[in-house]
Design a protein around this ligand. Structure first.
Ligand SMILES: *Cc1c(COP(=O)(O)O)cnc(C)c1O
Length: 653
């Protein structure tokens, strides 16, 4: 007899659980289970370990892999539940839909059952609820019941992928549960904040996928197994759910179901997301001003004190800017007519770049259409796939987008934490790396530890890049930015900034040595493939820089105003400090931040509430932006209103 042992493929159950310690608590990261053929085991384990290490929740420090041979006689096979999609317009309607299906399934207490959902939230497993007595039947009320030992039918050439198919896994689980003796239905809402769907499933009605059962961003989720204890023994049910091996067949139909997605109304899809933003107080609208940008603006016909503008030196309507820009328009007209590398370059463009390079004490400068484009174009030109970018977690969105576009590996480090920065560098291997940071953080108003930042970059031979959008014209004794602020010779390799904030115009720039600028002219796609800004915009930038040079008292006044405003807040009992024009006042709650902003508007002060996604969820804040032209009286008064609203200290007297 000549029988090869390899023709006999045993089935194995593979389970993976990844977790990590966070503040002394074991945090679950990801889990998976498969029932696969013996020959697939190595690949499967490889890929499951990869999942544990590359999950968006973080990198696992503990991965438990369990392999167990499955006796084929013990396996029960079921056909996958048929799927129905139900589109609802909000979660309330979703709840009503579930109630209707409960009713259809003969569950009398369908109203009360929905009230049990919040109790399931902290549980790893599901609640086992008796539909008649409404008693909870799980032996361990904290853990709940976990349905396990199941998978869909796999061919012997199946390869476990690195990512999860949540939808297929849900159908496998729902099919096993629906076939459990005594179970009359299952309710499930995903706890993933990025999913708002859920389902009701039963053997009789199949898998009913409901488009909305919660609000986007919510971590609410839970699972209830509904059990009819009048005819069945729940211990048997628990035993089946936890121990019986189930393989679900005929999953093919779900490709077709996924395809029905494309038939969903595409505009409704967008509309729903807008509704979500509204219910979460994250919807944005544009305000309309009827005057130039200054310390006072005309808004809805009223004179309002503007404390939200990036025009910190209040020069957008300065006589010099107006006069010089008009002159240039008279000479050159408006549009530039081409990209800088084709026909869109003039002596005025070159003049502005000379001014910027001198102002920043660098060899060379290059102007881009905006600060946003400057970051995206520069970062994506300097590094690419295979390289590494070290980036502060609080960096501006335009830096983040530049990182994404570059395809380099992005390693985030803790906000302005130079120890963590160096630690991350040591942990990472690279040939070329770029470190990038806001010089003044746009939503927190704090300043980069420049000396350490540059020293570390030099030590590890990394390009150092800073974004001075809120630093230029603001910090440093004469407004020249962060290098002047620290009075240091630690000059970063790449200094990016914008002409749109303190300088009072529009456009972005990068300064550095000649090699850098020559490289960007040849490689930065956002520079090459876009029409250059007009000569008038260049003129405005030139005049803006000249004003900062010629009227240093503006910068001084701005810095004094910040000091005075913070002192007023502290006098009222609110402990706030800032060295930049940005003074954040943390409110946390999104709605409260909006309310405070509305309250101040009633009082005649326009200050923006900043919310997710500009800042993290639940760190909503009032972002006060000081100008050099705010009066002491205004600063004191608004500090009083803010503290009064927040219930801090005494009323402004
Ligand atoms: C505003 C800003 C930018 C973008 O500059 P724009 O000229 O407005 O496009 C880039 N980085 C930071 C930190 C900013 O605050």
């Amino acid at each position: 007899m000549n029988v090869s042992v390899y023709t006999m493929q045993d089935l194995y159950s593979v389970k993976m659980r990844a977790s990590r310690m966070v503040c002394d608590k074991n945090e679950h990261i990801s889990g998976a289970e498969k029932i696969i053929h013996e020959n697939q085991m190595n690949r499967c384990v490889d890929n499951l370990i990869f999942r544990g290490f590359h999950h968006e929740k973080g990198k696992a420090d503990f991965i438990n892999i369990k392999l167990q041979k499955v006796n084929t006689d013990e396996i029960v096979y079921f056909d996958a539940l048929p799927v129905t999609n139900v589109e609802v317009s909000n979660w309330q309607e979703g709840y009503e839909t579930i109630k209707q299906f409960l009713k259809k399934s003969g569950v009398v207490k369908y109203n009360e059952i929905m009230d049990f959902l919040p109790q399931t939230m902290a549980m790893r497993g599901a609640m086992l609820l008796d539909v008649n007595s409404l008693m909870r039947l799980e032996p361990d009320l904290n853990r709940g019941i976990r349905a396990t030992n199941m998978d869909q039918e796999r061919n012997s050439d199946y390869v476990v992928s690195n990512s999860k198919n949540h939808y297929e896994e849900a159908i496998v689980l729902a099919t096993k549960v629906a076939n459990c003796p005594g179970i009359v239905g299952e309710i499930c809402i995903s706890d993933d904040p990025n999913y708002i769907t859920g389902y009701f499933a039963s053997k009789e009605l199949g898998y009913i996928r409901i488009s909305k059962l919660k609000e986007m961003g919510s971590e609410f989720g839970g699972r209830i197994f509904l059990f009819d204890g009048s005819q069945y023994d729940y211990n048997e049910a628990i035993n089946y759910l936890q121990n019986t091996y189930v393989i679900v067949k005929n999953m093919k139909q779900f490709d077709a179901v996924e395809n029905t997605k494309s038939k969903v109304d595409k505009w409704k899809h967008l509309q729903e997301q807008l509704e979500d933003l509204k219910t979460n107080n994250l919807y944005r609208t544009m305000k309309q001003f009827e005057s130039s940008q200054g310390a006072h603006v005309c808004y809805n016909g009223r004179d309002i004190v503007l404390m939200a503008s990036n025009s910190y030196l209040d020069i957008t309507a300065h006589a010099h800017i107006k006069k010089y820009t008009k002159e240039i328009i008279d000479r050159y007209g408006y549009g530039s007519g081409g990209s800088r590398l084709t026909t869109g370059n003039t002596d005025i463009h070159e003049l502005l770049e000379k001014k910027i390079a001198d102002f920043k004490k660098c060899e060379s400068a290059l102007v881009f259409s905006s600060g946003y484009v400057a970051n995206v174009a520069t970062i994506s030109a300097l590094v690419s796939e295979g390289d590494v970018i070290f980036s502060d977690v609080l960096n501006h969105a335009s830096i983040i987008d530049g990182c994404r576009l570059s395809k380099a590996k992005v390693v985030l480090y803790k906000h302005n934490d130079m120890e963590d920065f160096e630690k991350k560098i040591k942990e990472t291997s690279f040939h070329h790396a770029l470190a990038v940071s806001d010089a003044v953080f746009s939503m927190d108003g704090d300043i980069l530890k420049l000396n350490e930042f540059v020293e570390i970059c030099e030590r590890y031979n990394i390009y150092s890049m800073i974004d001075e959008a809120h630093a230029t014209g603001v910090i440093g004794q004469t407004g020249h930015g962060i290098v002047e602020h620290y009075n240091t010779d630690k000059m970063p390799d790449i200094m990016m900034g914008t002409l749109s904030k303190a300088i009072g115009g529009e456009g972005g720039y990068v300064t550095g040595n000649r090699i850098l600028i020559e490289y960007l002219k040849n490689k930065a796609r956002g520079f090459i493939f876009s029409t250059s800004l007009s000569q008038a915009s260049m003129a405005c930038g030139i005049a803006g820089i000249e004003i900062i040079e010629q009227e240093p008292e503006r910068v001084k006044k701005l810095q004094q105003n910040v000091k005075y405003f913070c002192a007023c807040l502290r006098h009222n009992g609110l402990n706030v400090d800032s060295e930049t024009a940005i003074v954040p006042i943390l409110v946390h709650d999104e709605k409260k931040a909006l309310k405070l902003s509305e309250y101040l508007l009633e009082k005649g002060y326009y200050i923006s509430a900043i919310r997710y996604p500009t800042v993290a969820k639940n760190s909503a804040r009032l972002r006060v932006a000081i100008m050099s032209t705010h009066s002491k009286k205004e600063l004191k008064e608004v500090a009083g209103y803010i503290c009064e609203f927040l219930g801090i200290g005494e009323k402004n007297g």
